[in-house]
Design a protein. Structure first.
Length: 157
């Protein structure tokens, strides 16, 4: 039986994306910074050794989110999306599975619509999310949030 969870132990700011799921903070792995300027859609860090088993992992860096889709060498990863190629970008890699879904905290703000991907893969457009006077928690297990006008969303586990 499903129930609405009212106490959460983990949280991460939501970076909306049409293609990348919200990573569970419990699945965080390597955190480091880029050590070289890379080509677009690449991340270079000579302070660590990357392996091909990172393909499919989620990366958050520079306010963006992407997925590791390839491997150039032990110091350079290929990303699905460009998150910046400057020197010194802090990043964190997250294992993408298992994704157990999360609840979404919406701080007080003007209501708007939001498109989510549920835990089971349904794409749903929800109208009038948010409340100008109080926070809202969506009572849906969410894997991904598409870009929208709502800001400062937080994923809760």
């Amino acid at each position: 039986m499903q129930y609405l969870k009212t106490h959460y132990g983990r949280a991460i700011p939501v970076i909306p994306s049409e293609t990348v799921d919200i990573p569970n903070p419990a699945n965080a792995g390597l955190s480091s910074s880029t050590t070289d300027v890379a080509s677009a859609n690449q991340l270079t860090d000579t302070s660590v050794t990357f392996t091909t088993n990172l393909i499919g992992n989620i990366i958050i860096a520079n306010g963006g989110i992407s997925t590791v889709v390839g491997f150039v060498d032990s110091n350079t990863l290929i990303l699905a999306d460009d998150i910046g190629s400057e020197l010194g970008i802090s990043y964190t890699l997250y294992v993408s599975t298992p994704n157990e879904g999360c609840s979404i905290y919406i701080p007080a703000q003007t209501p708007d619509k939001i498109t989510v991907v549920t835990l089971t893969g349904d794409i749903v457009l929800l109208h009038n999310c948010g409340d100008l006077n109080a926070h809202t928690i969506l009572p849906i297990q969410v894997k991904r949030i598409f870009p929208n006008n709502l800001t400062n969303l937080v994923a809760l586990w």
